[in-house]
Structures are given as C-alpha cells and as structure tokens.
Design a protein around this ligand. Structure first.
Ligand SMILES: [Zn+2]
Length: 487
C-alpha cells in the first residue's frame, strides 16, 4: 500500500471513455488499413496523454534509477525512429511495480515495470516488449473493455469481498492495474508483428520477442503455482492476451527477417539490472512470512498463522477460511482525539455500533468498536480499530469474523491488533527489500546450490530457472552471467 493515493484509474477510465466516443476514420500507415480510429488528433492525444501520465505516475510511482531510465528511454527512442508515425513524441517510463507488466497510453506514453525488466535476459528481449507497445500506438489500437473493470468499484465493497476469496486474490494479483483494458487478439498479433519489425530494423535479433514471450509464459505458470491459483490471468497477459499460438506466431514472423549474428547486449543489460529492487519495495511495503512491514511509512504488524496477506495499493488484506483483516490508513486533525475520530469521522452517520473503547497499542492511542453486519447475506461480527500513529496519521484495522467466532480466532485477531508497532531502525535492518544480484557461474556451480540460498520458502529452483529463462534440466554454464535474488 502507499498512502492516500487518489484512485487514478477512475480518472483514466473517464479519459478512455471520452476518447472512444470521439472517433473518426483514417488511414493507418503502420498497418496499411483504413480504420475507424478511437482517438483524437495527435495534439489532443498528446494533451490527454500528459494528463494520464501524471495519474499513472501518481498511482504506481516511477522507479528511481536514473541510469536504468535513461537506458530504457534510449532503446525506446531508437525503436521509435523506425515507426510509421512521426506525429508522436514517445515518453518511456520505468514504473515501480514488481508485477510483470508493460502498457501504452495514447500520446506516446509507454510504461515498463521493473518486474518485467528483471525477468528479461538481455536488451533485445526488453526491446521486443517496448517495440510491441510502440506497435499498439502506431496502429492506434484501442484497448477493449474487460469484465475485470468491475473491480474498480472495490473501494465500495471492501466489506463484501470479505466473504469472497477469489475477489481478494484477483484484486491482489492485479494490484493497481485495474484500469487497464485488454487488447483484442487481432490487435495483439498486429502489435507483435510491428514490434518485431521495429526491433529487426534497429538491429536486434527478431527472435527476441518469441524468446521473451516464452519466459513470460513460464513466469505466469510459476506465479499461478505459487499462489495456487488456477483461474486468474497474470497482469501482462490480461492486457495483452496470450493466444495459444502467440509464441509460435512470433517465431514465424521473425523467420521472415534475414538471419544474422546479433549482439544481445547481455553484459550491459546485467550490469544495469544488478541491485534493482525485486518484489514489493520499501515505498509500498511488503510481506515477509506472516508479517507486513512498511519501512517508509514506518510500521509493521503480524497476521495470524494461516492467513494469506495481500498488499494492495491502498490497503492490506489478510484472510483465512473464517476471518478477514482489512488494514488501511487515514488522516485526522491534530486536535482531534482518536475516539472523536472514530465516532465523528469513521462512523459518521452510522448507528448500531458498540460504545467505543479506548486502548493503548504499543504506546499509541487507539479506539475500538464492534457491531454485527450482514455481508453477502450472512451475519458477521465486525470489529474496527483506529490507531493514532502520530497526531495526524491514523492506521485502521477492520476485523470480520463469524458471529460465533472461536476464542482462538478472537485471540489471534486481538494479537494482530496488538502487534501493530512503529518500526525501529533495527527492524528496518531486519527487513530489507529484496533485490536482483548478478553473478558469474563458476565451474562446479549448480542450479540447486545457487537456488538454495535465495530468500524464499518454496519453489526456489523453479524461481531461479524462470528468472534466468532456463529450461527444466539446463545446467549452469561456467563463465556465463546469471541473476539471483538477495535481501
Ligand atoms: Zn499488447
């Protein structure tokens, strides 16, 4: 979670809706098709794009690594020279998201997540993704409405999702990407074709697109396995659909270009991704075991054993079979007591809750109330706790449980409430964010041995192989560069 962010996706949805209503017919130089364009003239497109850009930056945050940003921009501008539209000024941004994702918005704004950058294994693969996004812009593709858009209302239904595991999981895996729409399959194939055209013209291996798509497929499969999900689609493929033959098709397109020797710039690529943050950053907070830590906002708490913790942009949700914990932040006036905040702000206009109780949680003033609510047709006991972190910042727990919750459940939720504390300098040292570390394999090094020291509890070898784009039985090659993850 990051604090008090506006739901940028609402704004972007509005912008997209306006764009779609103002279409006109034109001839597209990239695809050679006469098309009904969903977009405004380039100047208007640029203006809208700039507004979207501000909203996207506010929602995700830019990943602050000047050298990496300059590098991504250099690749993007190189590819942009070979596009068919000279009325677009391209802006490339690395966003601070661990989710593997890339997207384009009208006006030439292209975003690549650090999660995607650390999954790629060389410059050519990254270029293939950037080329694909440029392809969507040059072909003036409009993304299509997707059913997941309904989740944009999630703020309104925070309580009713309490009984719906699938919704929590889906919202968690989609993160802040709810406003993104998916392209049609036809547009997806067209963007692949254009992207491969641009990278080939720029001197990259045209097979890099096929190679990166296969890494993405492996990464998605592992992600599903780790989260034990079967139905949900990883973000990149939910916006850029993976048709059954998309990987093969990318290879067919590549085969139409002259064969040659290509320098994939791997050494330079690995130098740039060394030390890049992996997983959630200190800015957004992260989960370690059953603990949620937020080094930048300076707090931490423990969820009970057996609860699955999901870090969303504006809240943290922890859930088990029979209880849900929703955690978020708010503001109060400096003069206002925490009890006054609970009654006159949080519960304003509401009735039927117990008289608030004053508490002290690790030295902080807190107020708590509880009530019975009907959620998705079932009676639940809801307990709400507001904690004054300082004079103006508040953190809140909402505990949802069965009306006849066992003593054990009630005790474990109470323990979570009392585990909330300010992070000390020592705590921050104990919970560093994870990052990518590049190493050169030595003779005798094995995947099992290198994977065993990664800071994960499970699937270590699978994670190592996916991160390095390695097949199931492929051994380490001495003197070759590899990535691993360290804390
Ligand atoms: Zn796409």
């Amino acid at each position: 979670m990051h604090r008090f962010s506006m739901p940028a996706f609402f704004k972007i949805c509005n912008v997209v809706a306006i764009l779609i209503t103002l279409g006109s017919c034109s001839y597209n130089q990239a695809t050679g098709e006469k098309q009904f364009t969903a977009f405004m003239p380039a100047a208007k497109e640029a203006q809208i794009g700039a507004q979207n850009h501000a909203a996207v930056l506010k929602e995700y945050g830019e990943y602050k690594d000047a050298e990496l940003s300059a590098y991504v921009n250099r690749i993007g501008q190189k590819l942009a020279q070979y596009t068919e539209r000279d009325d677009v000024k391209y802006t490339f941004t690395v966003i601070d998201s661990p989710i593997v994702n890339a997207f384009a918005v009208p006006g030439g704004y292209i975003y690549i997540s650090r999660g995607l950058i650390t999954l790629a294994n060389n410059e050519a693969e990254l270029a293939s993704v950037i080329g694909h996004e440029i392809g969507h812009i040059t072909a003036r593709h409009s993304a299509q409405q997707q059913s997941q858009g309904v989740l944009a209302n999630i703020g309104l239904v925070a309580l009713s999702i309490a009984t719906d595991t699938a919704a929590v999981r889906q919202a968690g895996s989609l993160g802040t990407d709810l406003f993104l729409k998916s392209y049609s399959r036809k547009h997806e194939n067209q963007a692949d074709e254009l992207g491969i055209r641009y990278i080939a013209k720029a001197g990259y291996d045209p097979y890099a697109a096929q190679s990166f798509l296969s890494h993405l497929e492996a990464d998605s499969a592992l992600e599903k396995k780790i989260k034990k999900e079967t139905g949900s689609i990883p973000v990149y493929f939910s916006t850029h659909p993976l048709t059954a033959d998309r990987v093969r098709e990318a290879s067919v397109i590549a085969s139409s270009y002259p064969k040659g020797q290509f320098d994939d710039q791997k050494v330079e690529y690995f130098r740039l991704i060394d030390n890049v943050t992996y997983g959630d950053s200190a800015d957004k907070g992260f989960v370690r075991g059953q603990t949620f830590v937020h080094p930048n906002l300076g707090f931490m708490f423990d969820a009970p054993q057996g609860f699955e913790i999901v870090n969303q942009p504006n809240r943290v949700i922890a859930q088990s079979q029979n209880a849900v914990i929703i955690f978020d932040g708010a503001k109060k006036n400096a003069a206002q007591s925490i009890e006054d905040y609970l009654v006159n702000v949080w519960k304003r206009g509401k009735t039927g809750y117990d008289t608030p109780e004053r508490l002290t949680i690790n030295g902080m003033d807190a107020a708590m109330t509880s009530y019975v609510a009907t959620i998705s047709g079932q009676q639940k006991r809801v307990r709400e706790v507001a904690i004054a972190y300082n004079t103006t910042d508040i953190y809140r727990f909402t505990f949802v449980m069965e009306t006849n919750a066992s003593i054990a459940t009630q005790t474990s939720l109470k323990d979570t409430m009392y585990s909330f504390k300010k992070m000390s300098a020592n705590d921050k040292l104990r919970y560093p964010p994870q990052r990518i570390k590049v190493f050169v394999a030595k003779a005798g090094d094995t995947v099992a041995q290198k994977a065993s020291i990664m800071p994960f509890d499970d699937y270590k070898e699978e994670r190592f192989r996916v991160l390095n784009g390695m097949s199931l039985l492929e051994p380490l090659t001495p003197n070759r560069l590899y990535k691993t993850i360290i804390e």
